[in-house]
Design a protein around this ligand. Sequence first.
Ligand code: NAD
Length: 289
Amino acid sequence: MSDRAVTSTNRATILDGKAIAAEVTAEVAAETDASGLRPGLAVVLVGDDPASAVYVRNKTRSAERVGFYHVQHTLPADTSEAELIQLIDRLNADDRVDGILVQLPLPGHIGKERVLDRVLPQKDVDGFHPMNAGLLTWRRPCLVPCTPAGVMELLRRTGQNLRGEEAVIVGRSNIVGKPMIQLLEQADCTVTLAHSRTRDLATVVGRASVVVAAVGVPELVKGAWIRDGARVIDVGINRAPSGRLVGDVEFAAAAERAAFITPVPGGVGPMTIAMLMRNTLTAAKRRLP
Ligand code: NAD
């Protein structure tokens, strides 16, 4: 990890996701150049949600920067599910496209699962297809969901071994919490998945030397719960009543106890896009005859 990717506070080293994501993106650009391939990413946006438009723009810009072929399809909010599925089928058949990303959320009249299931698993660079989820569970080659993959990259770049560590994930969504179980288990952690029905979350989190918070509740995980020397990765992005962006972890108090911690914003967020670029390159390499 470069010096610029970490900043020390009194206690914790802050994992600078922006700097680490820039390193990953530069690696992907160099590997793309060396491969002689032109990986292709298709991004599909339905409707005019402003936050989704920003995410899509950032993904497209990043694809441009690493030298990928990229195409964006922006469809009106009243697009039917059948029309969207027709587009997915066209992209599945398009040889220039190695990765297809359908930006979520989709309008309410469209069945999200029917659309995501339609993306060919080998082009599913978001790693949301049940086939990829199953392959990940069995530790077989697959496309890993970008945010959990970004969390692992941040943990890897601490330079600390994960073997035998007590990891606690808070949140059991299909896109973050559940794939985190597999990835941390594959790194030889002992893994606990906590969720909204967990009794005494403070004690459960307090056992962990690795904490991954993916809840969506501002500062739910209190600094006082954090075990001394823990590695704390905060996936949450929440808008506080003041308008400020905050994570799922009480950052300042947690940083006094943790050894490593991610900020919000500027932690996991930028890693998600970097890992999308990496997944697209991986998909392109796997499609070679
Ligand atoms: P989700 O809403 O699908 O799942 C949240 C999970 O948190 C649920 O499984 C629920 O059981 C658990 N939970 C809710 N209240 C709880 C409580 N009081 N105690 C313990 N667990 C509780 O959320 P998600 O899609 O996994 O996203 C979680 C957060 O991560 C959100 O803030 C989201 O914006 C953010 N996120 C960030 C990125 C990124 O790129 N940085 C990517 C995905 C999600």
